[in-house]
Every structure is written in C-alpha cells, then in structure tokens.
Design a binder for this molecule. Sequence first.
Ligand SMILES: *[C@@H]1O[C@H](CO)[C@@H](O)[C@H](O)[C@H]1NC(C)=O
Ligand SMILES: *[C@@H]1O[C@H](CO)[C@@H](O)[C@H](O)[C@H]1NC(C)=O
Ligand SMILES: *[C@@H]1O[C@H](CO)[C@@H](O)[C@H](O)[C@H]1NC(C)=O
Ligand SMILES: *[C@@H]1O[C@H](CO)[C@@H](O)[C@H](O)[C@H]1NC(C)=O
Ligand SMILES: *[C@@H]1O[C@H](CO)[C@@H](O)[C@H](O)[C@H]1NC(C)=O
Ligand SMILES: [Zn+2]
Length: 479
Amino acid sequence: MLWTIGLCFLLASSGISHPLSSHRRNTGPNKLLLISFDGFRWDYDRDVDTPHLDEMARDGVKATYVTPSFFTITSPTHFTLITGRYIENHGVIHNMWFNTTTLEKKSYWQTQFVNEYWDNGSLPIWITAQRQGLKAGSFHFPGTAATYQGEMVSVGEVEPPIYNYSNETVWKQNVDMVMGSWFRDMDLDFVALYFGEPDGTGHKFGPDSPQRRDMVRQVDRTVGYLRNSAKRHGLADRLNVIITADHGMSTVQRNGNVEEIVLRKIPNFSFSDLVFHLVDYGPTGMLLPKEGRLDKVYNALKGAHPHLHVYKKEEMPSRLRFSNNDRILPIVLWADPGYVINGYFPVQFNRGEHGFDNEGLDMKPFFRAVGPDFQKNLEVGPFDTVNIYPLMCHLLGITPEPNDGHLDNTRRMLVAPPPEEPKRSPSSVFIGIGAVGGFLVLVFFVLVISKVLKRGKTQKRIEDGDHKEDNTIIEHTNM
Ligand SMILES: *[C@@H]1O[C@H](CO)[C@@H](O)[C@H](O)[C@H]1NC(C)=O
Ligand SMILES: *[C@@H]1O[C@H](CO)[C@@H](O)[C@H](O)[C@H]1NC(C)=O
Ligand SMILES: *[C@@H]1O[C@H](CO)[C@@H](O)[C@H](O)[C@H]1NC(C)=O
Ligand SMILES: *[C@@H]1O[C@H](CO)[C@@H](O)[C@H](O)[C@H]1NC(C)=O
Ligand SMILES: *[C@@H]1O[C@H](CO)[C@@H](O)[C@H](O)[C@H]1NC(C)=O
Ligand SMILES: [Zn+2]
C-alpha cells in the first residue's frame, strides 16, 4: 500500500516539478477566451443597467479597474494584453505604421498587414500556446494578421477594410462562431476575440452621451448572449472567460470652451524644422526634428501651452515606460484630458478621445473574469494590464515568454492558487508523515489520488486534441 502511494507521488510530483518538460501541458485543462471591448472604460456600468455584467461579477471576479500601457491607444495597448510587455518593450508603439524617410503612413487597418511592425521581438500568447502544443485562434484582435517568427495564429479572422464594428446581429454571429465552431468543433484551447465598441460610439458622441450608454447596453446583452452560447455549446464548466479593454475614453472640450492646441500657432515653432511628424491623432504626438534642430523645436514647444506635455524621448517620465525603443521619435507630446494635439489647423472633431496619461481614471479599462478557475463574487483592486498575460499563461498551463507582468498580481483571483514549488523528496515526505500521524496520511492520500485522476483526464483530452491538429483550418479573410 505505502509503495503504491509512493509510486503515485513520484508520478504526480514529476508532473508538477516539470510541468512543461514535454510540449504537452499537465495542468489547467480549461479553455480560455480573452475578450476586448474596445474603449470600455472601467466605470461605464455605473450609469447604465448592466444585468449580465452584474451577473458575471457575482459568478466571477471583477477588478475595480486596470491600468493600460501608454500611449493609451488601440494596437499598442492590445499588444500589451497579449504579450505582457510595456509598449517600449514590445515595439508596437502606435496604431499607425510610418516611415520617417519616405514619410509614408499606414492606417490602423493597413498596419495589420505589416509583419515586421508586429513581429518585433515579442510573441503574442497565441503563438506561445501553439508552440507548446495548444490550439489557438484570434477573431479581429489587433495583431491577428501578422506572422511572428514565421508563424501565424492557426485560426484567424481579420475584419474587411470597410467594416461596421457595431452591428449586434453580427456580434452574435461572431460569438456563435467562436463558441460553436472554434471552441467546440475545432477544440481550440485559446481564443482572443475583439469588438470595436464602445470605442466608436465613445469617440463620435463622447463618453457621457446617451449613445454611449446605449452601446454599453448592447455590450451587456452580448455578454449575456456569450455566456448563454457557452452553455448551449457545452463549454460553460470548462471555459474561463476574461473580458477587458485596451483603454478608456475622455470628453474633448472645444467650441471656444478651451484654447485648443495647434502647433502652427506656437511662437518659434516651425514645421520646417521637422523631418517627420505624427500629430492630429488625438492627444498624442511624436516629432522627428531635422539634424541639429532638436533643441530649437523642444524649446519652442516646452511650456508653450499649459495642457501640452513636451518631452525629449530620453527624458520621458519613467513611469510611462514610453522611451526605450528605437521606433519612438526624439520628441514625444501628449495633451491633458480635454485637449487634442492639432498640427496646422484644428481638424479633429471627435467628442471623445483616448491616448492620455494612463494615470488618469478616464483611461482605465474594466476587467472581469469568470469560469472554473476563478473565485466567485470577488472584487479585487486595480492592477496593470501587463499582468493579464502571465495570468492567461497560468490558466493555459504554458510557460510564458519574458514579460513585464507577474502572476503574483492576479493570483488572488484564482480558486486554487498554484502550489509553491514542491521540492520535497518522497522519503522526507514519509518521515514527515510518520511524525504528524494518521490524519495527514489520509489528507495526503486523498490529494495524491485526486491529482492522479485529474492528470489522467487532462492527458486524455490532450490526446484527443492532438489527433485533430493536422486538420487545423487556416481561415484568413481579406488578407
Ligand atoms: C523606410 O524607407 C527607407 C527607404 O525606402 C528604407 O531604407 C527603410 O528601411 C524604411 N524603414 C522602415 C522602418 O521601414
Ligand atoms: C524592431 O524594429 C526595428 C525597426 O523598427 C529594427 O531595427 C529592430 O531590429 C527590430 N527588432 C526585432 C527584434 O525585430
Ligand atoms: C446587421 O447585419 C445583419 C447581418 O449581416 C444585416 O442583415 C443587417 O442589415 C445589418 N444591420 C445594419 C443596420 O447594418
Ligand atoms: C452600423 O450598424 C449599426 C446597427 O447595426 C447602424 O446603426 C449604424 O448606422 C451602422 N453604421 C454605419 C456606418 O453604417
Ligand atoms: C523666439 O526665439 C527668439 C530668438 O531665439 C527669442 O528671442 C524669443 O524670445 C523666442 N520667443 C519665444 C516666445 O520663445
Ligand atoms: Zn481602442
């Protein structure tokens, strides 16, 4: 009998101490869905009834808010979510690709297809998952279209160049596709799913508008639809769902209420001192001065407007982590909430914007999680979004790439915190058992048996999964 227990322990412990020695996982048999609702500010549920989000919070975990990386704009902050790295470390520094020699710029959508822009040394979690034997998909998530070190997400869907991001009927179809086709039929382990709202409505009408509140109701209905779809497809008890966003939204002041920031109007500033500029993009800007003109440009702009922040790249406040990357231009600009940065003329008419300092509450997204691995009815304090990546790797049982987050910052959300490294050898364990007596033997025995049973189940599911791997469908529309 003791010999049997000993053997079980040896088997189990070799599984624990080398969780990834093969490229199959031995823990975390549940699937994971990461959802981003673009621009969903942390407090958007405060002035709207959100029964489905409320129910999800009761069934799972809610953070007060999370802190995105800076610039608080879509592609950079989404890439932080799926790499766990600050923007200066992952290199996707802007929504727009640009070349300061040819002066060419590409839009958000076109930039999706510039591989070298995304593949700059950091791997999105779907590539890491695939390399460790899991199956992954990405639906409209920024970065989906790119190839990373020669590898692409195995199931991906990229939106067409002209796409209405707001159609609720289409949202439901997309949800059913992810749940039914991707998770159930193709047996994917991880999916990243993106919705372009409430960002669009927040920009157009402002975060305090009735239109934004309506869109939050639509998001809420979709969350209800999604959880129901998971149930219908038999996934509810083996699917963890994380819902968050890339940034928040803040009201822009104009119509004579404020003195707008227009660079052309600033004394001693001249566009002729620049090689390249990226302004007229909400509250952020970057400038490349001509040879020898850096200080002239800097001195002209610094202090020129009370709500314009002007920094040489090397002097950026370190908390913003937006400095240490060759792609960041020598002068970085950003405006205070309420303001945007215009070049020659005021050409921006959005009522809502993001891109501001990530310390401001208006830039904070929401965070919710529900599923078999999460606690119920728990609200946790704020944390940086870099920590979502190590949490997701833990849930999937994969080894993370180097990143700027840590599981310690989210561990408290989990049902069973991961065990401390079990370093004890079986013999010392048995000496311990002898000393503390029969009760512990019983506890130990139950633990070992359940671990072995769980391990057997995981192993089976993985084998079923591997069987289908060769048939993985590559589904890229509109490349
Ligand atoms: C920008 O264009 C120039 C000239 O075509 C080229 O040499 C350079 O490699 C390009 N830089 C980037 C970042 O694409
Ligand atoms: C990242 O991109 C820059 C050009 O923008 C390039 O010089 C650098 O080598 C790239 N780094 C990696 C690791 O791909
Ligand atoms: C929304 O999408 C559905 C399905 O594609 C379509 O039939 C409907 O016309 C769309 N509604 C709007 C308002 O565009
Ligand atoms: C997108 O679809 C929504 C409803 O589904 C509609 O209200 C809106 O007008 C459409 N937007 C555009 C630009 O067609
Ligand atoms: C503009 O530059 C000139 C010459 O360097 C200087 O005398 C003047 O004070 C500057 N004006 C402002 C507003 O900084
Ligand atoms: Zn966004």
